[in-house]
Write a protein that binds this ligand. Structure first.
Ligand SMILES: *[C@@H]1O[C@H](CO)[C@@H](O)[C@H](O)[C@H]1NC(C)=O
Ligand SMILES: *[C@@H]1O[C@H](CO)[C@@H](O)[C@H](O)[C@H]1NC(C)=O
Ligand SMILES: *[C@@H]1O[C@H](CO)[C@@H](O)[C@H](O)[C@H]1NC(C)=O
Ligand SMILES: *[C@@H]1O[C@H](CO)[C@@H](O)[C@H](O)[C@H]1NC(C)=O
Ligand SMILES: *[C@@H]1O[C@H](CO)[C@@H](O)[C@H](O)[C@H]1NC(C)=O
Ligand SMILES: *[C@@H]1O[C@H](CO)[C@@H](O)[C@H](O)[C@H]1NC(C)=O
Ligand SMILES: *[C@@H]1O[C@H](CO)[C@@H](O)[C@H](O)[C@H]1NC(C)=O
Ligand SMILES: *[C@@H]1O[C@H](CO)[C@@H](O)[C@H](O)[C@H]1NC(C)=O
Ligand SMILES: *[C@@H]1O[C@H](CO)[C@@H](O)[C@H](O)[C@H]1NC(C)=O
Ligand SMILES: *[C@@H]1O[C@H](CO)[C@@H](O)[C@H](O)[C@H]1NC(C)=O
Length: 683
């Protein structure tokens, strides 16, 4: 029975392999894989004729094919995708694609197709199945583009990035009903006339980044989902004022000159709004409302049209109830109006960093319920107010960044419901950490009992000395206390509650000094990365040798040497990177360097900057002068000889003295011996 089954199996296997025609797996030049042929970078000047006839994808990037001749692809009838980037390609002859009816993807990036564009255009016209065309980097002007894409109704995706297009009007982009993706970034576009994209009814993604567009007025591409106008010269963005339901989901207007928050479509599906690096501010508080409209003048041929926009219309930013990601960092906001976040019920990420905010009211609004991360770093906040009486406020918050502000404390109940918060950055604020009798004091920050907290940054806060249980009830994994010279005045005691959790600890510039038992790291058994730089350590803390550190930073201390035995323990096994420069090493006690080298896996990241001191002069520890080495040898290695030389005269003197004594008392000694002998012989 088993034999029959085996027979059948063998037959099936035989049929399977024997009759199927597979493309050859080897070619003298190109890499073959399934039906894909890769001939990139082979210095070819024409298309090879001996490739497998069934080839579907052909890559010929970075060759020297300057001309694609008539019928050069005729034997590859199944070709679907062809890539000819970086070839110096000047012309595609009109009959080049005859026979390749199924070609759907064509990439011609970085060539010089502007040279004979009309001939190339005739060739493209024969590609009736073309769906994706990449013409980026070909020095094409808008009129050349016109000619080249005129008869490609099947096109779905077109890239014209990095060409020489300057202005667009309704003559361009006709007859492309299926196009949904258009990339026009990195051109010289300074003007787009109304109706320029009217022919593109299916357009969903439009990229106009890196151009010279000064404003967008009457934006009415209702079906568009992604619009990217970043890195232009936009001062204004006005959507058409109507009640059409825009499909817009992502709008990138970052790196422009916007003075006002963009005037968005009233009805939209915006999820991501990127406005970083502009000049936006709110001005309601500064000027009188009556004077607040702007008149825009449009010149269209000989027709002048003036439209007036009210700038202070409440909620002029449209209904942003779908917005989840808002980046308005690097602007000039002095304040955020109370109504601003209203209706943004799904907002999860807000970036307000690098503005000029002095106060901020985070009133308990629906808006704050889904907030996951809030970045308010690099402002001038001295006052953060919250009305967070209701349950459920900030319940989703995971990350709060308040770095580089002027805060003295935080609202007392701020963290009452933040059960998911993992990261808080309060660096460079004049804050204090609350101690036990500070209950309810808004001028300090209460970290204790925040169970979810993992990462806490308190660098440069001028903190006073920490109390013993400042971090009790937390499980901090990463703590940065650097640049707080008083914070650990009496040793590491305040860290004892979290010592066993910490993995990354920065104690740079915390005034640590002396070898005493105060600097005992033995409880920090999970520590992986420790920064002790810019302190006054003159002796390597012995307790470090039992840790499993990967990275250790000891720069700018007063160390004279590293004890070699420290590296023979646990530390030597786990250590991978160590920073050692700017200490006071003794040139004659560099044995630790060889010990580290011998371990093999320890990288001294700043070895070239490590110096040592020999008779009050500093030398690079890498290129120690031969004379210093010799002098050190004399001093240390031959110490035994020195001792010998020093003790020899004493020894000789003793010997001589002993000799003299022996000689002078010889008579008497002999007599004594004789006397004894006699007495004993009288038996
Ligand atoms: C290439 O083919 C086109 C059309 O098939 C023809 O008009 C043209 O003359 C041919 N060019 C050459 C160089 O043979
Ligand atoms: C291609 O363009 C160059 C210069 O623009 C011209 O000299 C040459 O005749 C053109 N070739 C064809 C086939 O049109
Ligand atoms: C917009 O285009 C720029 C340039 O290509 C790119 O860096 C940026 O990520 C794009 N924005 C979005 C939202 O994709
Ligand atoms: C605003 O208008 C009031 C009168 O309506 C006037 O007294 C005040 O000076 C104006 N302020 C500014 C900044 O123009
Ligand atoms: C504007 O120009 C068009 C031709 O471009 C002309 O027919 C029309 O009379 C002009 N209108 C005015 C007001 O000058
Ligand atoms: C001028 O603007 C108005 C309103 O925005 C519009 O209805 C009208 O068609 C425009 N006229 C011209 C000549 O563009
Ligand atoms: C905003 O739109 C949502 C649905 O898209 C709707 O439920 C909500 O009422 C709108 N808000 C305002 C203030 O119009
Ligand atoms: C906020 O923006 C700044 C600067 O653009 C950036 O460095 C930071 O990572 C952003 N914050 C978040 C949370 O994405
Ligand atoms: C800090 O907060 C915890 C609970 O979040 C509370 O038990 C403790 O009393 C507070 N301490 C101070 C000084 O406010
Ligand atoms: C350099 O070493 C000498 C002893 O060799 C010592 O007296 C001197 O203080 C050291 N100089 C410095 C700057 O540490």
């Amino acid at each position: 029975m088993a034999l029959i089954v085996l027979n059948i199996f063998l037959c099936v296997a035989f049929l399977d392999t024997g009759w199927e025609i597979k493309p050859p797996a080897y070619h003298r030049l190109c890499k073959l894989e399934e039906r894909t042929v890769n001939c990139n970078g082979k210095s070819l000047s024409s298309i090879l004729e001996d490739l497998p006839p069934g080839t579907e994808k052909l890559f010929l990037d970075s060759n020297h094919i300057e001309m694609l001749k008539n019928e050069s692809l005729v034997q590859y009838q199944n070709l679907q995708s062809l890539s000819l980037c970086d070839n110096g390609l000047e012309i595609i002859e009109a009959g080049a694609f005859l026979g390749t009816r199924s070609l759907s993807h064509l990439s011609l990036t970085n060539n010089v197709l502007a040279m004979n564009y009309s001939v190339t255009a005739a060739a493209l016209r024969t590609l009736s199945a073309l769906r994706k065309l990449d013409l980026s980097g070909n020095l094409l002007t808008e009129d050349m583009v016109d000619t080249m894409i005129q008869h490609l109704p099947s096109l779905e995706s077109l890239s014209l990035a990095g060409n020489a297009i300057m202005r667009l009007d309704d003559r361009h982009f006709q007859n492309l009903p299926n196009l949904w993706h258009l990339d026009l970034q990195q051109n010289y576009i300074f003007e787009i006339e109304a109706g320029a994209f009217e022919g593109l009814r299916g357009l969903q993604q439009l990229n106009l980044a890196y151009n010279y567009i000064p404003c967008i007025v009457g934006f009415d591409l209702i079906q568009l989902q992604i619009l990217n106008v970043s890195n232009n010269h936009l001062e204004w963005f006005f959507a058409a004022e109507n009640d059409a339901a825009f499909e817009l989901e992502t709008l990138d207007l970052s790196y422009n000159q916007l003075l006002f928050f963009p005037f968005l479509p009233r009805l939209n599906k915006l999820k991501t709004l990127l406005l970083t690096h502009n000049k936006m501010n709110f001005y309601e508080n500064l000027y009188n409302r009556s004077e607040n409209s702007v008149q825009l003048l449009f010149l269209d041929g000989n027709v002048t049209n003036i439209t007036t926009h009210e700038l202070w219309e409440e909620k002029r930013h449209g209904n942003l109830s779908s917005l989840t990601f808002l980046d308005i960092s690097w602007n000039q906001f002095w304040y955020i109006p109370d109504w601003f976040f209203e209706g943004m019920v799904l907002l999860a990420h807000i970036n307000l960093s690098h503005n000029c905010l002095k106060t901020l009211n985070l009133w308990e609004k629906e808006g704050m319920k889904n907030l996951i991360d809030l970045d308010l770093s690099y402002n001038q906040l001295s006052d953060l107010q919250m009305n967070l009486d209701q349950r459920g406020s900030l319940t989703c918050l995971r990350s709060l960044n308040l770095r580089s502000n002027r805060l003295h404390g935080l609202p007392t109940k701020m963290f009452t419901h933040t059960t998911k918060i993992t990261t808080i950055d309060l660096s460079n604020n004049p804050i204090e950490i609350c101690n036990s009798h500070d209950a309810g004091n808004p001028n300090c920050v209460n970290i204790s009992n925040m169970r979810s907290l993992r990462n806490l940054f308190l660098a440069g806060c001028e903190l006073r000395e920490l109390v013993r249980h400042a971090f009790k009830g937390t499980s901090l994994v990463h703590l940065d206390l650097s640049s707080n010279p008083k914070v650990l005045h009496n040793g590491l005691g305040p860290l004892e509650d979290i010592a066993k959790f910490l993995q990354i600890l920065s104690l740079r510039k915390t005034g640590l000094f002396a070898p005493s038992a105060k600097i005992d790291f033995s409880a920090f058994q999970n520590l992986v990365d420790l920064d002790l730089s810019e302190n006054s350590l003159d002796i390597f803390p012995e307790s470090l040798s039992g840790l499993k550190l990967h990275t250790l930073d000891l720069r700018q201390n007063r160390l004279r040497f590293l004890p070699q035995h420290a590296m023979e323990k646990q530390l030597g096994k786990s250590l991978r990177v160590i920073y050692l420069s700017q200490n006071l090493y003794d040139c004659c006690k560099l044995g630790w360097r060889d010990t580290l080298h011998r371990l093999g896996h320890v990288h001294i990241a700043d070895m070239s900057e490590v110096t040592c001191n020999y008779s009050s002069r500093f030398f690079s520890a890498v290129n120690l002068p031969e004379s210093v080495i010799q002098n050190c040898k004399w001093l240390t290695a031959d110490m035994a000889l020195v001792y010998l030389v020093l003790t020899l005269p004493t020894f000789l003197a003793l010997l001589v003295a002993f000799g003299i004594i022996f000689l002078t008392f010889r008579e008497r000694l002999l007599q004594m011996v004789k006397r004894r002998y006699r007495r004993s012989s009288s038996y």
